[in-house]
Design a protein around this ligand. Structure first.
Ligand code: HEC
Length: 454
């Protein structure tokens, strides 16, 4: 096609106009209030807020709905986005839409924040903030209720009966401690609807608790779907396996007073699904020293129809990736969870938005990958062969699941509890009493220091 000179000029002019327009746009850098704030609110503020939630023991260091703070942290923010360190989440993109509390961030949102940082983190006009609209997502704007608990006013609070002294020397310590239930505080079995662990401070690295599941960085309070519950028997034996982790050295000692709160179902509520859990640990392997990608596999046969509520992979510092794959009775396979870049510091419980039906006769195939090479910067010692064990310098290959049989139980809260349910709950409590090797905070016994510490 040949253009007349007039057509050509018009075309050129509109081209130039478009160019000028886009340059103006490019120099019109994003500002905090108009552009960055809505992205922070959607993806970050659920944790990064004043008095924000403990995410399993650690707290986000700064509020990101505050311009001064966001500006100070701008270079770190860019870095956290580029390295995918923030927002923290482990499930592969393919699972988008499946799990509660998922934290995927769109690339254009990342690009926008990075552009804002690169432009020198300009403030913009505060008035623009309100006009940006669509601010609320991922719990943004929530504030800690006056009770001090995210679950609301707990019906029962338990805690250590005295502070646990974590001495200067400690870097890594994992005592099992009882949380006594005050006399008369829990005389009748009750159904747990919600549970929350309130760690005493940032030195609490992770907590495995009876009746409450696991409190690790990245996990907030534990809320069961309506009609799902765990029975807390009378006079329960509540234990927590604490994992303290801090920099050792003079003046670093802390006193920890971790607490736990429960909310119970009310009379008349109906429990259809009594939650069961299985750690599905897999032992008997040896990860060779230096191996950058060692794979272990295990299977688990499902012999009744169940609803799968959640999955919680667990490895230690050499953990690299983890997969749960379901084989249906007809042989068809489905990846239930793929965590391609496992991080010990952020262990999530992947809880289905809607519990997933799994027919009897299915098989769960679980695979774990470990990086025991020196290329793994978390590796405590790449020259060691490693086996299953409790210390963080050992390894684990666990694939915890929470689930319930599909048949509704129709248990009405307040009416007599079915005998089988009550017996099971009491039995579990007894086993816990027998197995526990408790540390007594009152004992002033620090002989363990010589065994565990460097
Ligand atoms: C699930 C809660 C959560 C969400 C969501 C979250 N953060 Fe964080 N963030 C944390 C916690 C907890 C820490 C402290 C962790 C640590 O010390 O490594 C942290 C640390 C950081 C740090 C400091 C990193 C460092 O190297 O010290 C930056 C920067 C950061 N977050 C930015 C963001 C941004 C930007 C977003 C949103 C895109 C975001 N975070 C979303 C919980 C969260």
């Amino acid at each position: 096609m040949k253009l007349s000179s007039k057509q050509f000029t018009t075309a050129l002019l509109s081209l130039m106009a478009a160019f000028v327009f886009s340059t103006v746009n490019a120099t019109d850098a994003p500002t905090f209030y108009a552009d960055a704030l809505p992205v922070f609110q959607k993806n970050c503020v659920a944790c990064h807020q004043q008095d924000g939630p403990s995410v399993g023991g650690i707290f986000a260091p700064m509020p990101l709905d505050n311009f001064e703070q966001a500006k100070i942290w701008a270079p770190m923010i860019k870095n956290a986005l580029i390295t995918n360190y923030m927002p923290p989440w482990g499930a592969h993109e393919r699972h988008r839409g499946q799990f509660k509390g998922e934290r995927y961030m769109d690339q254009n949102e990342k690009d926008l924040l990075i552009a804002w940082v690169d432009a020198g983190a300009p403030e913009g006009e505060e008035a623009e903030a309100t006009s940006s609209g669509g601010l609320v997502a991922n719990g943004a704007g929530t504030t800690l209720p006056e009770s001090g608990w995210w679950i609301g006013d707990p019906d029962l609070v338990v805690g250590f009966d005295q502070e646990v002294y974590v001495p200067d020397e400690v870097m890594d310590w994992q005592p099992t401690i009882q949380m006594p239930v005050a006399e008369g505080a829990h005389e009748n079995p009750k159904w747990i609807a919600k549970a929350e662990l309130a760690p005493g401070g940032p030195w609490v690295h992770h907590i495995v608790s009876s009746h409450m599941g696991v409190g690790v960085p990245g996990r907030g309070p534990f809320t069961y779907p309506e009609g799902w519950g765990v029975l807390l028997p009378e006079d329960p034996f509540i234990t927590v396996n604490m994992h303290y982790h801090k920099n050792p050295g003079e003046g670093t000692a802390v006193n920890d007073l971790t607490k736990a709160g429960f909310k119970f179902y009310e009379d008349g509520d109906v429990i259809d699904h009594v939650v069961e859990t299985n750690l599905l640990p897999h032992r008997g392997w040896t990860i060779p020293a230096g191996d950058p990608s060692f794979e272990v596999n295990n299977t688990y046969a499902i012999d009744e129809d169940i609803f799968l509520l959640s999955m919680g992979p667990h490895m230690h510092y050499r953990g690299k990736a983890m997969r749960y794959e379901l084989e249906y009775p007809d042989g068809e396979r489905e990846v239930l969870l793929w965590v391609p870049d496992y991080d010990f510091n952020w262990q999530f419980l992947y809880e289905y938005e809607t519990p997933k039906f799994i027919p009897s006769g299915s098989t769960m195939h679980m695979s774990w990958w470990f990086d025991n090479s020196e290329g793994n910067r978390f590796n405590p010692d790449p020259t060691q062969d490693v086996v299953y064990g409790p210390e963080t310098t050992d390894e684990m290959a666990n694939a915890r699941i929470y689930y319930a049989p599909t048949t509704p139980r129709g248990i009405v809260v307040g009416e007599p509890i079915p005998v089988d349910v009550l017996e099971t709950a009491r039995e579990e409590d007894m086993v816990r009493r027998e197995r526990s090797n408790l540390f007594d905070p009152a004992s002033n016994d620090f002989s363990w220091l010589t065994e565990d510490s460097p």
